[in-house]
Design a protein around this ligand. Structure first.
Ligand code: 3PG
Ligand code: MG
Length: 395
């Protein structure tokens, strides 16, 4: 695989696939710019060599062509500020005007293309569309780790049109850190998995059972475990058909000598709202009309103690509905425990997956853990042992 450091971009137009799929609010302001700031070193390396950058990305999941809400034009100003130069914008990712803008790009300049997914061909992995994109640049750089699990035109198919395919810094760092966790984890190794559904996390949980000392499970998926064990969960999230699987995981953990820890108490609410009435109850005792939205204080204490003694930590998925400040206590406490383990116990900590990464960044802890991944699904699939099309296309 060609790396950025071994490639000289002087006089070259680098067509860089980035993952600028960032969250925007109603005013089209970016609420978490991690994915943008992460790619700046890659862009700067090309410019420093005397090359120019053509950036291409998707944003959201537009279904019917150009849509204001999903336009990458909303990113031009913030990106210009971060880079300290005026970024140009092509309001169509292919076609005559994009080709002209790309052709007239001078060394040191940056052009951002409009959302690739405004064309259905992108997600279909259309070869002709990939070829049109490929014509814009001299060398293809893939730095979109967050989208590397998609075999799309710009993430994978495009590779065949270039002799020079270069792995970006983000892509490189993501792979290195994921490998460090999977192959070189210092013990005790604790994985803490959260989120709403067991079905999303089952493959990674099974793989981790062969690697970790402690597997902590929190968040919405735990109610399925509780229900399967005969507890009362009221109106909490439940994947009814996954109850046998939950019991199976508990048995597998036992058989492999992994310490699997589930919450001992929950904060429950009488409606799904930040200003719902709240009460703390022991796991398995949620009243009929209530639902669990966070882990309780007892659970926080147990989880924290385990994390603070760990030397390697992988965290994916929030502990509760952290979008509601009243139910973000558990998620924030875990973020603090991960920071403490990193700073005071020298642990290597990797935070992966959109929600937990946002929680850590929004709490201002992004710089105080070892690595915050830009990948959600991509990181999980990589850790499950799958080949990522975006990585394979670089090889
Ligand atoms: C993500 O945020 O998961 C990536 O940008 C990929 O987006 P997708 O899940 O819509 O393919
Ligand atoms: Mg996704």
């Amino acid at each position: 695989m060609k790396t950025l450091d071994t490639y000289d971009f002087s006089g070259k137009k680098a067509l860089i696939r980035v993952d600028f799929n960032v969250p925007l609010n109603e005013k089209y302001e970016i609420t978490d710019d991690t994915r943008i700031t992460a790619t700046i070193p890659t862009i700067k390396k090309v410019l420093k060599d005397g090359g120019s950058c053509i950036l291409m990305s998707h944003l959201g999941r537009p279904k019917d062509g150009p849509t204001e809400k999903y336009s990458l034009k909303h990113l031009v100003n913030p990106l210009s500020v971060i880079l300290g130069l005026q970024v140009k914008f092509a309001d169509d990712c292919i076609g005559e005007s994009a080709a002209e803008q790309a052709a007239s790009l001078k060394p040191g300049e940056v052009l951002l293309l409009e959302n690739l997914r405004f064309y259905k061909e992108e997600e279909k992995g259309d070869v002709a569309f990939a070829e049109k994109l490929a014509k814009l640049g001299d060398v293809w750089v893939n730095d979109a780790f967050g989208t590397a699990h998609r075999a799309h035109a710009s993430t994978a198919v495009i590779g065949q049109f270039f002799t020079d395919r270069v792995c970006g810094y983000v892509m490189q760092a993501e792979i290195d850190n994921a490998q460090k966790i999977l192959e070189k984890a210092e013990r005790p190794f604790t994985a803490i998995m959260g989120g709403a559904k067991i079905s999303d996390k089952i493959l990674i949980i099974e793989r981790l059972l062969d690697k970790v000392d402690n597997l902590i499970i929190g968040g919405g998926m735990t109610y399925t475990f509780t229900k399967a064990q005969g507890g009362e969960i009221g109106k909490s999230l439940l994947e009814a058909d996954k109850q046998p699987l939950a019991l199976e995981l508990i048995e597998k953990a036992k058989a492999k000598g992994v310490n699997l820890i589930l919450p001992s108490d929950n904060v429950c609410a009488d409606k799904f709202s930040n200003d719902a009435n709240r009460q703390i109850v022991a796991t398995g005792h949620i009243p009929a009309d209530w639902e669990g939205l966070d882990i309780g204080p007892d659970t926080i204490k147990t989880f924290t103690e385990i994390l603070e003694k760990s030397k390697t930590i992988l965290w994916n998925g929030p502990m509760g509905v952290f979008e509601f400040p009243n139910f973000a206590v558990g998620t924030n406490a875990i973020a603090e425990a991960v920071v403490k383990a990193t700073e005071e116990n020298g642990a290597f900590s990797l935070i992966g997956g959109g929600d937990s990464a946002s929680a850590v960044n929004n709490a201002g802890y992004g710089d105080r853990v070892s690595y915050v991944s830009t990948g959600g699904g991509a990181l999980l699939e990589y850790m499950e042992g799958k080949t990522l099309p975006g990585v394979a296309a670089l090889e």
